[in-house]
Ligand binder design. Structure first.
Ligand code: BDR
Ligand code: CA
Length: 329
């Protein structure tokens, strides 16, 4: 049997963050070393409480520490919360009990740093919220970038419109300075953006499958029902994208998406383009304005960027894998 690989999930739960955790556990592929929360969908204190409650509901709270994360973006005013999509406290209509685990003194960023040293060259970091914790870790110790094996994050819109402004995706917009710091650090990144997550939709038939699967997927079904309704309320067709679960999926199997190599520069200077992810493909075959300091300085700091769906059906894998990790509550 292949040993499970060390991973940290850095997250701002949030409905899709919540089911991303259940999916991660269901794969059986990962040794989850920590569940680090960050402010984003809700203020940091709430995402921390949600992460603790989810750890309890998923029966991992005695083994996996949950850490409190950054309470505001690096340089900006507090996060603009996304309660309209995730419910007033971030987990739909749920009122899940808190975990009885002790509150660790170590912050999310400190935990990321420590684990990058303990598992140097082996650790996968998957981020499904704003990149503030990861940026703080890099500010503290830039060597973090070369110690992690892989950094996969949900965020950005390479070639499609944004979801919080016409050009920006929510996680990048929420803390664009952090995102820019991370993507210019040399960290081996894979960007799982709206280009890919809007291609793997969770449909009413998938919800029916989870509802029929019994009590172990009842929490996920209730959460996803709220998420689907929120998307419908903002002009959707009754489906919802599987943003954060897809990032977790790509940590293990890149065939859920199609990837291209390139640099990503996050706009943070202007109001209207805040959080826009400018994708500069490595194989552009053309010279972009060579005097541009941004473009030339970033030419070698490339990563992998999802440009669409891949051959393997992610939604199908998600629905079956959730059933392998029954939750309580
Ligand atoms: C991202 O924004 C958040 O609201 C979701 O949890 C996801 O991480 C999608 O743009
Ligand atoms: Ca999220």
């Amino acid at each position: 049997m292949t040993p499970r690989a060390p991973i940290v999930l850095d997250s701002d739960p949030g409905i899709d963050d919540a089911v991303a955790l259940q999916y991660l556990l269901g794969t059986g592929l990962w040794d989850l070393k920590a569940y680090t929360s960050v402010g984003g969908n809700l203020p940091a204190e709430q995402t921390y409480l949600n992460a603790r409650a989810l750890a309890r509901a998923m029966r991992i709270d005695t083994d996996v520490p949950v850490h409190r994360g950054a309470g505001r973006p690096l340089t900006r005013l507090p996060y603009r919360v996304a309660a309209d999509f995730h419910g007033p406290a971030g987990l739909g209509d749920e009122k899940l009990p808190d975990s009885t685990a002790a509150h660790p003194a170590e912050s999310s960023a400190q935990t990321l740093l420590r684990l990058s040293r303990e598992y140097e060259g082996e650790l996968t970091v998957c981020a499904t919220g704003p990149l503030t914790n990861v940026a703080i870790a890099l500010l503290e110790d830039p060597g973090f970038a070369r110690r992690v094996k892989k950094f996969v994050f949900m965020g950005g819109a390479a070639r499609v419109p944004g979801n919080i402004t016409p050009v920006a995706e929510f996680n990048m917009w929420a803390d664009p300075d952090a995102a820019e710091l991370v993507l210019s650090s040399g960290i081996p990144f894979t960007m799982v953006d709206l280009d890919a997550s809007h291609r793997w939709l969770f449909r009413p038939a998938d919800l029916a499958a989870l509802e029929a699967a019994g009590p172990g997927t009842a929490l996920a079904a209730r959460l996803l029902r709220v998420y689907m309704e929120a998307y419908r309320g903002s002009g959707g067709d009754g489906t919802c994208p599987l943003h954060d679960p897809l990032a977790v999926g790509v940590c293990a199997d890149e065939s859920f998406v199609t990837l291209a190599e390139g640099a990503v520069i996050v706009e943070s200077a202007a109001e209207l383009t805040r959080g826009q992810t400018v994708f500069v493909p490595s194989a552009a075959g053309r010279i972009y304005y060579p005097e541009s300091p941004a473009l030339t300085a970033r030419a070698r700091l490339t990563g992998r960027v999802a440009l669409g769906a891949g051959p393997r059906d992610f939604t199908k894998d998600f629905v079956t894998t959730l059933q392998l990790w029954p939750t309580v509550g």
